[in-house]
Write a protein that binds this ligand. Structure first.
Ligand code: SF4
Length: 481
């Protein structure tokens, strides 16, 4: 069971910067900052001003009026850097990712706190589910994806607070001490993911505070979840790399994993004025130098890895060809394909979600023609853990043998889906299989909960896991008695 949650009034985080930086004057003196101007348009009024000053015309006047009438800013204000808006002008996929749509407000059903994350928050701003902990470190990104699965945190709707590195450090140290003494069966905390928002919008010193505090607490791998390479790659400048190298000098055995969030190849390949890919003499697409240069600098460091993860989103990246190209070209650039995710059940998710089985099909088709090192997984990040969808079996079209129990006949007619718990907070849940009758309309795991035949997530004996299958067979079993 996750530990009991401690709460704190949002915004009252003990900062204690002086404590974090005490006796480290010589270290912090070596960290330099750059004053970036990302030219962010936050919300509709600012976008109108940006447009009047000659900015990229991504919305028409009538579209802006329709957004105001629909009240999209109440859900999530549209926000983007000038760099990304310029890209949006040339790419339909990028436009669909960043442009607010009035339809977002048509159906606001969904979870305020997707996957019940607060259940796993023992300390404000910290989620502890696996051997990995997640820290909310900032409540902003340079631009905001319309499908943002952290919109509840960005808008402050669920009261999640920013992590204090002092509280997190003492939590990690006491948890790992308890593991060493055998007081808990949970694994030691070895990894930490800096999330938000986007940690790369923090200053170098503030980012270093978190990285250094985690390394001093004994964390072996620090992940930085970021879409800044797509939104504002200029952030990865000399001052940032100097800070990164300084961190490595102080903590040479800590791996830094950049969890990139490229959603479509248009975000890192070179586009011509009409949005087509610019290719070399071999027909291979060229890279956008603004992105390729920092990726090359990151990938060139032995203590850094790059892993990409993104959801599959309606009208953005819901085609196998784009996903295949993205996986191939990311790998060639030095970025590993990690996960493709089902769009989470956030409020308003129906405007962005591709049905689960359709998303699986798109991802599965995208794997054809990829080598073993270019491939990725398709998963749902659920409360029970990361559920990889491993198979969708078609229904039987031929006549079925007479006398089959009706529920079983339905499952054979409709077809079957199989999930595997790829990552579970519980040791016993690891690798568990879930088998359900197909539901082509389902956009989340909840769409299968009343169709489950075998549920490996359930604790207890095999009979409890197979309760759905036994119920489906019961008329048959009773008849045989
Ligand atoms: S980068 Fe991540 S946190 Fe930021 S808006 Fe996009 S999905 Fe949300």
């Amino acid at each position: 069971m996750p530990p009991a949650r401690r709460s704190r009034i949002a915004g009252s985080r003990p900062k204690k910067k002086a404590l974090a930086r005490a006796r480290k004057d010589n270290v912090y003196a070596r960290i330099r900052e750059t004053r970036f101007n990302r030219h962010i348009s936050h919300d509709i009024a600012q976008y109108r001003r940006y447009l009047a000053e000659g900015g990229a015309a991504v919305y028409s006047a009538s579209e802006l009026n329709a957004l105001e009438r629909a009240g999209v800013s109440d859900r999530l204000p549209p926000r983007a850097t000038a760099y990304y808006l310029d890209l949006a002008k040339r790419s339909e996929a990028v436009r669909n990712l960043i442009k607010a749509r009035p339809e977002e407000m048509d159906d606001l059903s969904g979870e305020a706190d997707p996957s019940n994350q607060l259940r796993y928050s023992p300390t404000p701003g910290l989620l502890h589910k696996y051997e990995l902990v997640l820290l909310y470190v900032v409540r902003a990104c340079s631009s905001w994806c319309r499908y943002c699965y952290r919109s509840d945190f960005l808008t402050g709707k669920t009261g999640k607070d920013i992590a204090s590195i002092h509280e997190v450090r003492s939590y990690i140290e006491s948890h790992n001490a308890a593991v060493r003494k055998g007081e808990t069966h949970r694994p030691a905390i070895r990894e930490a993911l800096l999330s938000g928002g986007d940690p790369m919008v923090l200053s170098n010193r503030n980012l270093f505070d978190y990285m250094n505090g985690l390394a001093e607490a004994g964390v072996e791998v620090i992940r930085i979840g970021t879409k800044e390479l797509a939104f504002f790659p200029q952030r990865f400048d000399d001052n940032f790399f100097e800070m990164l190298d300084l961190f490595h000098e102080l903590h040479p055995d800590v791996l830094v994993a950049f969890m990139t969030h490229f959603t479509h190849p248009d975000e890192f390949l070179m586009l011509d004025e009409n949005g087509g890919y610019v290719r070399n003499a071999h027909g291979r697409p060229l890279r956008n130098p603004a992105v390729a240069a920092p990726v090359k600098r990151l990938a060139g460091r032995a203590f850094v890895t790059l892993e990409n993860q993104t959801p599959i989103i309606d009208s953005v990246n819901d085609d196998a060809g784009s996903l295949r190209l993205m996986q191939r070209e990311l790998k060639r650039m030095g970025v590993n394909g990690h996960y493709f995710f089902q769009c989470r059940e956030i409020e308003g998710h129906r405007a962005f979600a591709v049905p689960v089985e359709a998303a699986w099909r798109i991802h599965n088709d995208s794997q054809y023609g990829l080598s073993g090192i270019e491939r990725s997984r398709f998963a749902l990040s659920t409360e029970a853990g990361k559920m990889e969808m491993v198979a969708v079996l078609d229904g039987v079209k031929d006549a079925l043998p007479p006398g089959l129990p009706p529920e079983l006949a339905r499952a054979l007619r409709d077809g079957i889906v199989i999930f595997r718990l790829h990552r579970s907070p519980e040791a016993k849940g690891q690798g568990a299989i879930v088998i359900a009758r197909r539901n082509p309309e389902a956009v989340w795991i909840t769409g299968y909960e009343d169709r489950i035949l075998y549920d490996g997530r359930k604790p207890g004996p095999a009979a409890a896991k197979a309760a759905g299958l036994l119920a489906a067979l019961s008329p048959f079993l009773h008849a045989a008695e």
